[in-house]
Design a protein around this ligand. Structure first.
Ligand code: SF4
Length: 412
C-alpha cells in the first residue's frame, strides 16, 4: 500500500463503532443461494443453488435471537428476490423485531413487489450494482454509466416512499477512478440515496505467497472461489478510496470505523456521513456525533443503529444544531448551513440530508498467514446453529472448517 495514503488516515482519529459479536448493528440472513446474475468474484456456490424452507429460515432467525442483538437483518443470498417466499420472510423478520433490509441486485424488483414488501414491513433496500455483474440491460456499461440504473432504482424506492435506499459497488483498481463520479451522483440525489457502500475486491489467490489448509489437509484454496481477472493486478485499500473521494469532495472526513481482527490499524469498515443541502455539501459529521448516536440509540432501543430511514436522514439541520451544542466540529457544519441559508434563502425551506459512505475492506492476509477479518463483523450469518463470517461460508460448506493460511516455504 502507498505509505503516504496509509498515513493520511489514522484509525485513532475515528470513533471505533461499538459493534461486536453479540451486540451489533446488523446481522446477515441467507434464505437462498440462487441468483439471477453471475457477478465476477461472487463467493457463493451458484452451480448448485438451494432455497431454504421458511421453517429453516425461522430456525436461523432463532439462532440470531438467542446469540446476538442487532438493529437490522440484511436479507441476502444469492438474490433474495428470487426466493419464492420473500414477502412472508420479510414479514417474519419484521415480526421477530428486526428492520428487514433486502440486499439485492434489483433485477427481479417490480413496483408491485416493492409495494408488497413495504406492506410486509421492509425497512429498506441495498442494491448491488456494478460492472462485475454484466447486467442484462447494461452490458459493457461503465460504473459511471451504471448511475442511470442506480437512479432508476432510487426513484422506484422513493416513489413508494418511507424506505431506506442504499447502493453497494465492488471496487477494484480499474474502477477506482470512477468512484468520484458515483460520489458526485450521490450528492445530486442525496434526497433519495441514503448510503453508498464501496466494497474493495479481494481474491484469496492474489499474492501466491501462502499455502492453505483445512482440517490438516493442504488445499487448492483458489478453487473455492470462481476465477476472475476482473479484480485486476493489485488490491485497493480504504485510504486510497478515501483519497479518491477527496478529489471530488475535499470535505470528506470519516468519523467511525471497525478495525481488523489481526491488525488494529486496518480500516475494515470506514464510515463517513455528510450533510447535503440544496446539492451543496455542508460538511461531515464528527466522531463524537457518531458516538452520541450509537450510544443514545442503544440506550433507548437496546441495539446499535445501522440503518436510518429517510424521515431521520432528512433532519440534517437538526442534527447539526443539536450536536453543535456540544461538539465544535458539528458547530462548524451548523454555521455552514446558516451561512448558505443566508446567501440562498430558498435553502431555509429545504431539507438537509444526511448521506453515508461506507468503505468495506474484506479479508487481508498478514505476512504470517493470519487472516485479518472485520472485528465485530456485522455480516455474521448462521451455519449449523453457529454464527460465522458470511464471506467465508463457502469454506465451511466445502471443507467442513475454515481455511488456515501459512506462508509458503522459500524454494530450496
Ligand atoms: S468479516 Fe467478511 S462477512 Fe464480516 S463484514 Fe467483513 S467482509 Fe463481511
Amino acid at each position: 500500500m502507498d505509505q503516504a495514503l496509509d498515513k493520511a488516515l489514522d484509525h485513532r482519529d475515528f470513533y471505533r463503532l461499538p459493534w461486536n459479536y453479540a451486540d451489533n448493528g446488523i446481522s446477515w440472513l441467507e434464505p437462498t443461494t440462487k441468483c439471477n446474475l453471475r457477478c465476477e468474484g461472487c463467493y457463493r456456490d451458484l452451480e448448485n443453488p438451494v432455497h431454504k424452507t421458511l421453517d429453516e429460515v425461522r430456525a436461523d432467525l432463532e439462532v440470531f435471537r438467542r446469540l446476538r442483538k442487532s438493529d437490522c437483518m440484511s436479507i441476502a443470498g444469492g438474490d433474495p428476490l428470487v426466493y419464492p417466499d420473500i414477502v412472508p420472510l420479510v414479514k417474519m423478520v419484521k415480526e421477530m423485531g428486526w428492520k428487514p433490509i433486502v440486499n439485492t441486485n434489483g433485477i427481479a424488483l417490480t413496483e408491485p413487489l416493492l409495494k408488497e414488501l413495504k406492506e410486509a414491513g421492509v425497512f429498506g433496500f441495498t442494491f448491488h450494482i456494478d460492472t462485475s455483474q454484466n447486467r442484462p440491460k447494461a452490458k459493457g456499461w461503465s460504473e459511471t454509466e451504471l448511475n442511470a440504473e442506480r437512479l432508476r432504482y432510487a426513484e422506484m424506492v422513493a416513489k413508494v416512499g418511507g424506505l431506506a435506499c442504499s447502493f453497494n459497488a465492488t471496487v477494484n483498481e480499474q474502477t477506482l477512478p470512477e468512484v468520484p463520479n458515483l460520489v458526485e451522483w450521490a450528492r445530486k440525489h442525496a434526497d433519495i440515496v441514503q448510503t453508498m457502500v464501496f466494497i474493495l475486491f479481494r481474491s484469496p489467490d492474489l499474492t501466491g505467497e501462502f499455502d492453505y489448509y483445512a482440517q490438516g489437509r493442504k488445499l487448492n484454496f483458489g478453487s473455492t472461489y470462481k476465477e476472475t481477472q476482473w479484480g485486476g493486478q493489485r488490491s485497493v485499500f480504504a485510504p486510497e478510496v478515501a483519497a479518491t473521494i477527496r478529489t471530488v469532495d475535499p470535505l470528506y472526513k470519516p468519523a467511525a470505523f471497525l478495525n481488523g481482527t489481526a491488525n488494529p490499524e486496518s480500516l475494515k469498515w470506514l464510515l463517513a456521513n455528510r450533510i447535503v443541502l440544496g446539492g451543496e455539501i455542508m460538511g461531515y459529521v464528527s466522531p463524537r456525533f457518531m458516538e452520541l448516536v450509537q450510544n443514545v440509540t442503544h440506550l433507548f432501543t437496546g441495539s446499535y443503529l445501522a440503518y436510518a430511514g429517510p424521515g431521520s436522514t432528512a433532519r440534517g439541520k437538526l442534527a447539526a444544531f443539536a450536536a453543535g451544542l456540544i461538539d465544535r466540529d458539528m458547530r462548524a457544519v451548523f454555521w455552514r448551513i446558516v451561512k448558505t441559508c443566508l446567501t440562498k434563502p430558498a435553502n431555509i425551506f429545504r431539507r438537509a440530508h444526511l448521506q453515508s459512505f461506507m468503505i468495506i475492506q474484506p479479508v487481508n492476509f498478514e505476512a504470517d498467514g493470519r487472516q485479518d477479518m472485520c472485528d465485530g463483523c456485522p455480516d455474521m450469518t448462521v451455519h449449523d446453529g453457529k454464527l460465522v463470517w458470511s464471506c467465508r461460508l463457502e469454506e465451511l460448506n466445502q471443507y467442513g472448517s475454515f481455511v488456515e493460511a501459512a506462508p509458503r516455504p522459500a524454494a530450496q
